[in-house]
Design a protein around this ligand. Sequence first.
Ligand code: SF4
Length: 441
Amino acid sequence: MSETPKVGFVSLGCPKALVDSERILTQLRTDGYQVVPDYDSANIVVVNTCGFIDSAVEESLDAIGEALDENGKVIVTGCLGVKSESILARFPQVLSVTGPQAYEEVVGAVHQHVPISVEHNPFTELVPPQGIKLTPRHYAYLKISEGCNHRCSFCIIPSMRGNLVSRDAGDVLSEAQRLKDAGVRELLIISQDTSAYGVDIKYRTAFWEGRPVKTRMKELCEALGELGIWVRLHYVYPYPHVDEIIPLMAQGLILPYLDIPFQHASKRILKLMKRPAAAENNLTRIRAWREICPELTVRSTFIVGFPGETEAEFQELLDFLEKAQLDRVGCFQYSPVEGAAANELPDSVPDEVKQDRFERFMQTQSKISQAKLQAKIGSRQIVLIDTVGETDAVARSASDAPEIDGVVHVSVDDYDIEPGDFIEVDITGADDHDLFGVIPA
Ligand code: SF4
């Protein structure tokens, strides 16, 4: 039998791009390719790029250049791939360029440039039923839709990924079940707009395990809640129907965690940003959610220095932070993205003002986040173990999503625990981002 062709893979960008990478890798493995972690032994290299902000574009271009230098046979895909002319102008040796979600084209290009032997036997080179995962074994991203129907003025994702296309609920639930069976203990639900799930297919009724399930956020969450593992929602917009999800969190069906990118608090700025659900009174909503589910963790991101943002509007944002008492917050200084509508807006904010507002924002929020962490000292939490060292383990509580939030450091002398275990921990300390705890005697 001839040698199995080997593919190197570089995956850049957000969890949505990671899921695209997993899907391409799963197909390549199914087709008989071996995936290798180095340039030297690879017959060809696929670079899955990100094109969201300028620094991501640079990182992607550097990765393409490095793959060409180190290997020479390179296929480019992902968000930056929509700008194929500029990639090919800079790197004419690149063999093929495709945009995001172009699974078949990427796999086809690999087949074209490194053909697979007809002797490949899919029955002896089985792909695990959960597919190829790029995350640790105990958690996985589950993408429920592609694309987005909104047109936020600072964002070019819809022009790269197209309009919303929801996956059938039966399909999503079958994948969730397979992941659970393969040892996944936490599902991270991702999309561009999780609350819009199913709107494109009019919340069509799907079937899972012989019963009907509507392709809609609430019904999907109820069904996922039956799996008995952690289910964490990302990229939820504050539409009124999000209120229906909070009781499911209070009942323990899904994690009491909402990743909800508010981006600003001023109605005028939100309108200029063309944000979904911009007219909602988010402060009132958050208070009502916390009444139903007091343990709710709210994570959000904000942009400061958006074109036209006045000092008074920025103050409105700081007041919102003080009143909303959000648990986890990320902040970005506005920077124009090539092709975004916001670039045409007047009154851009000078860089030094953006920097000043960013620092004031972070000062305000870090006091809030620290106080929230301090308030957890003395509590008992269930955590999921990520890694285990000689004397301590790194774990996460319901409030901590991987990669973006803090962690819980647990002393584990003489305890027999493994990544993927759920254990109880008594919280004994906190610093600016993380908690520290011990296993109860
Ligand atoms: S909701 Fe707005 S920011 Fe998010 S992907 Fe859609 S257009 Fe972009």
